[in-house]
Design a protein around this ligand. Sequence first.
Ligand SMILES: [Fe+2]
Length: 174
Amino acid sequence: MNLTWSHAVLYVRDQDKMLDFYTNVLGFEITDRGPIGENAPEILFLSQNPDEHHQIAMIATRADEDPPNSLNHVAFRTGAFEDVKALYEKLQALDGINVGPLSHGNTLSIYFNDPEGNGIEVFWDTPWHVAQPQGKPWDITMDQAQALAWVQENFGEETTFEPREAYYARRHQA
Ligand SMILES: [Fe+2]
């Protein structure tokens, strides 16, 4: 068996607001929608991966007012360092959204909340692997070369720090 990440389904309170955030801010498209049964609420399917029917789905039946406690965060990989910086800027301008940069050594990530408080991580892979868990805030104003030099300075002394190809080659052999 080989399980890879597919999707998360969220119960939401304000479907219009959540849909606006996931489509207009994060760039997802609606791939399907419809009631989950007779006289039942609608489920909305969202994706931006052409190989994935949905990466996020939402059902507007959430009634409680407390922050979500069953989900820490969902995480999405992006292929370009600049995407992380651009999204940070975009999110910073939005009321009610808190965003912060955090690097795990193997990623340069930003963490933020959606309009209903669900945690989200968007990250760019660094060329390295290092044992987890660990994280340090990084300066989002750095360019890619500066950020990579910073990662090397901050994580490079660790015994588990190595090129990501080396780590994943071993994982494939296991
Ligand atoms: Fe994460």
